[in-house]
Design a protein around this ligand. Structure first.
Ligand SMILES: C[S@@+](CC[C@H](N)C(=O)[O-])C[C@H]1O[C@@H](n2cnc3c(N)ncnc32)[C@H](O)[C@@H]1O
Length: 356
């Protein structure tokens, strides 16, 4: 291509955008630290303060706090008043960055950037040789995943997600058998067990650290109607009236076998409630997805790659509604509806019924 054919305005605009990509990616790491150190939480409560005052309030090293505040200021996250050397986190920004923001806290999510950074060398190798990355390469995964999803479950599981399946809350109140596959640290199951004491719950995951944390929480909550087991969801056992899978199926090495096992383990009239990423299976329909780049990035660095690491299907984060519907139908579900929780842009919930 000669320079005659180049659209120079387009070239210049893109060069500016790609610089912005670098800056925003870097801010993601600083936001992660702002969450972990509780700098955001503390600043949200403080009046405009100097770096010394902020360091004292957080118990952190002033030099690091000042450098972080520099990044936050030039990144437009914190406001700086040079005349008195004070920094302020405006409440409009705190609403997306603090623990008090609950499901709206994006700073918590930024911790995943550092997590996936750890495996870049292994992912790079997989690009060249195929294969994937083992779960053991992601040391903080269970902890971060639980922190991330607990905010959503605490806010919405009982009052907004359960009612997506018609009649489910009533059946849970009466007493049924329920299984959650890929339960992670089991917080969803523990919340359900607490809310519906007449029902019996089981959580299944192949992660020993996940199941250990789930058992600890169940004990702390004093729950007697829940148990947790280490195991592969593709070989699940038992008979249930409700099976749930939250953000799990696309990560699995054997998703098709798991969906068939779910269908086989459901009693007649039972419900499979599957929460998964709300996206299209067609790339061109995801171009305007608010979280599109994040979804494909987490797929390359985690979801697709852990599945391929086990010689699995590698569906990827963005397997999409059309593929999900096809696989549910192939597993034997012929009554599947897609439902959404208001304000949740990440998930779609498939309510699949097994005919009585
Ligand atoms: C993205 S996490 C979701 C965890 C949890 N459901 C939540 O919403 O926080 C996916 C989980 O699936 C588990 N998992 C992956 N393959 C599995 C398998 N074959 N059998 C059981 N669990 C599996 C992982 O260990 C991980 O805890």
């Amino acid at each position: 291509m000669t320079t005659d054919t180049l659209d120079l305005a387009k070239q210049e605009a893109f060069a500016g955008r790609i610089v912005q990509v670098l800056n925003d990616a870097c801010l993601g790491y600083l936001c992660s630290l702002g969450h972990r150190t509780r700098l955001f939480d503390t600043m949200a409560e403080l009046p405009p303060s100097t770096s010394e005052q902020i360091a004292t309030a957080t118990g952190l090293d002033e030099r690091y706090v000042r450098e972080w505040l520099g990044g936050m200021t030039v990144g437009g996250i914190v406001e700086y008043a040079p005349e008195n050397g004070t920094y302020r986190l405006p409440p409009e920004h705190a609403a997306a960055l603090t623990r008090a923001a609950g499901p709206d806290n994006m700073a918590s999510f930024m911790q995943n950037l550092a997590l996936i950074g750890i495996v870049e060398d292994e992912v790079f190798e997989a690009f060249r040789k195929g294969g994937g990355v083992p779960y053991s390469s992601y040391p903080r995964f269970q902890e971060l995943q639980a922190e991330e999803t607990a905010r959503v479950y605490d806010a919405a599981l009982i009052d907004s997600v359960v009612p997506l399946a018609p009649g489910l809350a009533e059946r849970l109140r009466e007493g049924i058998d329920a299984l959650d596959i890929g339960t992670g640290q089991g917080h969803a199951v523990n919340l359900l067990a607490e809310a519906f004491p007449q029902s019996r719950f089981r959580g299944l995951d192949m992660s020993e650290t996940g199941i250990a944390a789930a058992r600890r929480e169940a004990e702390e909550m004093g729950l007697r109607n829940v148990r947790f087991d280490i195991g592969d969801s593709a070989a699940l056992t038992g008979a249930y009236d409700l099976i749930t899978a939250f953000d799990v199926i696309h990560d699995l090495a054997r998703p098709a076998q798991t969906l068939s096992a779910v269908a086989a383990a459901l009693r007649d009239g039972g419900t499979f409630l599957m929460g998964d990423i709300d996206a299209s299976s067609r790339l061109e329909e995801n171009v305007d997805h608010l979280l599109g780049p994040a979804l494909y990035t987490f797929s390359v660095f985690y979801c697709m790659t852990v599945s391929l690491g086990e010689g699995g299907a590698g569906l990827g984060t963005v397997w999409g509604r059309q593929t999900a519907q096809r696989m549910l139908a192939e597993a034997g579900f012929d009554d599947v509806t897609e439902r959404h929780v208001e304000g949740d842009i990440l998930n779609v919930y498939y309510v699949a019924r097994k005919k009585p």
